[in-house]
Design a protein around this ligand. Structure first.
Ligand code: HEM
Length: 188
């Protein structure tokens, strides 16, 4: 097959992978919002169902992005600054998702399964763990930063600034969000 055609098909798959990742992050954000508000076991179980979809979609999308990205890099681009930073950013997205969210969700699922309605205060605070919010906001900001690198293809230095700035904005957004939620909880 024509190598240009293959390249464009791989790029298409790469972009589909990016859509998949954005969809997974969106499902995760909706599920998290539902879990944070859940007071009954049945509601929490329903939102946890969404998080199971995320657990399949997110790694599959990351895998597609990585394999197709590496193929395009190896065949056409070489180790450019924006690609190296995007690669590190993608690894950070996977590690943050696994360590900050994956581990907690793996504990929360069975805990909700064993619980009775209404959920205990202890379990409700575990479902409202601010780390889950920080994790998704930082990952979302990183993915947007990486999408910027993909479109603009800047130098190594600018790429680093973009990704660090994106992570800082995600972190700041989660700190502001956590402060607001605390105020709501106190008011409630
Ligand atoms: C969150 C992660 C990522 C997203 C959302 C993403 C998104 C995109 C998008 C939308 C394009 C099309 C840009 C264009 O055609 O101008 C693209 C192109 C590309 N991406 Fe990624 N990407 C990601 C990660 C990666 C990684 C980790 C690598 C390297 C291993 C990579 C390598 C490439 C390459 C080489 C191109 C081809 C650019 C071209 O032919 O113009 N991407 N990416």
């Amino acid at each position: 097959m024509d190598t240009t055609l293959v390249y464009h098909l791989v790029l298409f798959l790469h972009i589909l992978g990016a859509f998949g990742l954005i969809a997974a992050l969106t499902f995760e954000a909706i599920g998290l919002r539902g879990l944070r508000r859940a007071t009954q076991r049945e509601d929490a179980l329903m939102w946890l169902g969404l998080s199971r979809t995320v657990q399949r979609l997110a790694p599959a999308s990351l895998g597609v992005i990585l394999v197709t990205g590496l193929y395009m890099t190896a065949t056409s681009w070489g180790a450019r600054g924006w690609i190296l930073v995007a690669l590190a950013g993608l690894v950070a997205v996977a590690v943050i998702g696994g360590l900050l969210t994956g581990v907690r969700m793996a504990r929360l699922g069975p805990a909700v399964g064993r619980a009775s309605s209404p959920l205990s205060n202890e379990l409700r605070s575990a479902l409202r763990d601010p780390t889950l919010l920080t994790s998704i906001r930082v990952r979302l900001a990183l993915v947007i930063g990486i999408a910027f690198l993909m479109s603009v293809k800047p130098s190594l230095a600018i790429s680093l600034v973009v990704v660090v700035l994106a992570a800082a904005i995600g972190l700041f957004a989660s700190l502001v969000g956590a402060g607001r939620n605390e105020l709501h909880t106190e008011a409630g």
